[in-house]
Design a protein around this ligand. Structure first.
Ligand code: ADP
Ligand code: MG
Length: 470
């Protein structure tokens, strides 16, 4: 009999999460995810529904990738497909599974193994070779247009239709969770669909820096140079603010930019603010980033929020009543990621409790965690930590590594994870655009120190008390 593929790295990642998320969430959102394959730097997974896939991607994928990188020794990307057959297999296997095995438990079907009975590769076994790192669902068709994002979205579309021409470079900026990364991926998908031979590099600025540093250290700079300067028709860089103040990386990016620009290649960059406001960014770079179009994304208005909710629920084949959508859209205003999170939470809890989805239910679920009087936010944590250690909030968001700053910063990240629902990537963004792996490492350090170091323990106790006086 076939057995479902297992992999120590995957098992370890799941076990890490299981320890943290609690049994109910683990059962609902993690256990149903099936490992299909791990090969080179690609892990292929399957989820029984789009709902679970999205939830997993939004909340846990980043952590899983960090764990995998540790075990495999190199960065991994994930590909997740929806396979409704899994659901049946999963519930059938529920009857005879051991409850505390942290691996997935359903028996595999032919389609899950990626090879059909005749040996011909199934659709899954032969995935289209999308550029590395692009998330499938971040394409133009799932991006809802509204006044808040119209300019950025139409420029992104134009850049993907006529790359290297009118909007080059295209610079998209805006706050956390407003769709910058989504648009960047959408450009990648559209270019790929237009011409699959286009060589597209999608990379976060932090990854760019890491790859650059590693290339230099391992004497493989030529490889790096040709990857980004020569063998690239379109460069998509996410969160460019990250490299501000990192001189050698800025210098290298400058040369990459020039090579591509001169060769008429399309460059799209996102950031959390306009080029000129990026502290520590070299003038010659900010001026280049201003050469093309600079487009902002603002928080969505009510209509756009409603449209996003409908889009999301119809993708998951969930019926969303107008009054329920309105209730959610009224509550969550400033961030599309939170809007999606709210919808998922409401849907998941309704399903779990067998409750009727009504506006009252939405209020009950959302008020539970967003009473503005009591809510602890990443910002309130940063303030409290800054006060406690008498440092500046700006230092917590900056990149100085002196212990007097880095310890409070790690503590603030740790408390953000503990006391808010923010994901690792989101916390990273709010700390000046750091990568999720930085946040995860900080959380681990502080979690270890909490038991071993009296100062850290005292700091945590008193900051927690400040944040929730009761
Ligand atoms: P950012 O990079 O600006 O922090 P993301 O691109 O990661 O934000 O977006 C956060 C989430 O919100 C993603 O799941 C994305 O698909 C969704 N989202 C943002 N804007 C839109 C939109 N206009 N239409 C549909 N989904 C959106
Ligand atoms: Mg982003």
């Amino acid at each position: 009999m076939n057995s479902r593929p297992e992999h120590p790295a995957w098992n370890q990642a799941l076990a890490q999460l299981q320890a943290r998320v609690g049994a109910q969430t683990f059962e609902l959102c993690l256990e149903p995810i099936a490992l299909r394959n791990i090969e080179d730097n690609l892990i292929s997974l399957a989820a029984p529904s789009r709902f679970i896939k999205d939830w997993f991607e939004d909340h846990y994928l980043a952590e899983v990738l960090v764990e995998l990188e540790k075990v495999c020794g190199h960065p991994m990307t994930a590909q997740i497909e929806v396979d409704p057959e899994l659901e049946a297999a999963h519930s059938a296997a529920d009857d005879n599974q051991s409850p505390d095995v942290p691996t997935v438990s359903a028996a595999p079907t032919a389609s899950e193994t990626g090879v059909t009975a005749g040996g011909a590769p199934s659709e899954f076994a032969a995935p289209a070779r999308r550029p590395r790192g692009l998330i499938n669902r971040y394409d133009f068709s799932s991006f809802i247009l509204g006044a808040s994002n119209e300019l950025a979205a139409s420029a992104a579309r134009a850049a993907s239709e006529n790359p290297g021409q009118r909007f080059n470079p295209l610079f998209i900026y805006g706050g956390v969770g407003l769709g910058k990364t989504h648009l960047l991926h959408a450009v990648g998908h559209a270019l790929y669909e237009r011409d699959p031979t286009t060589r597209i590099s999608y990379i976060s600025a932090e990854q760019f820096m890491n790859e650059f540093v590693t290339a230099v250290r391992q004497n493989r700079f030529d490889e790096f140079r040709s990857r980004y300067r020569n063998d690239c028709d379109c460069l998509l860089v996410d969160d460019i603010q990250f490299i501000a103040g990192r001189d050698r990386t800025m210098d290298e990016f400058f040369h990459v930019f020039n090579s591509l620009y001169e060769a008429g290649k399309q460059i799209v960059v996102t950031a959390d603010c306009v080029p000129s406001q990026m502290k520590g960014m070299e003038e010659r770079l900010t001026s280049r980033l201003n050469w093309g179009l600079v487009a902002d994304i603002q928080a969505p208005d009510l209509e756009t929020r409603l449209a996003i909710l409908y889009e999301k629920s119809s993708r998951e084949s969930l019926a969303l009543q107008p009054e329920v959508a309105m209730e959610i859209a009224k509550h969550v205003k400033s961030n599309v990621r939170e809007l999606e999170g709210a919808l998922l939470r409401v849907m998941a809890l309704a399903e779990l409790r067998g409750a009727n989805l009504s506006p009252e239910f939405v209020r009950e679920v959302l008020m539970l965690r967003s009473d503005p009087q009591k809510a602890v936010t990443v910002e309130s944590i940063q303030k409290a930590v800054a006060q406690y250690f008498t440092v500046k909030v700006a230092d917590l968001k900056g990149s100085r590594r002196h212990r007097a700053i880095s310890r409070p910063r790690m503590i603030a990240m740790y408390l953000s994870r503990e006391l808010t629902r923010a994901s690792f990537p989101e916390i990273g963004m709010r700390f000046g655009g750091k990568d999720h792996s930085t946040v995860i490492n900080a959380c681990k350090r502080i979690s270890a120190l909490e038991n071993d170091d009296a100062d850290t323990e005292t700091a945590l106790t008193s900051i927690r008390a400040r944040l929730s006086p009761s």
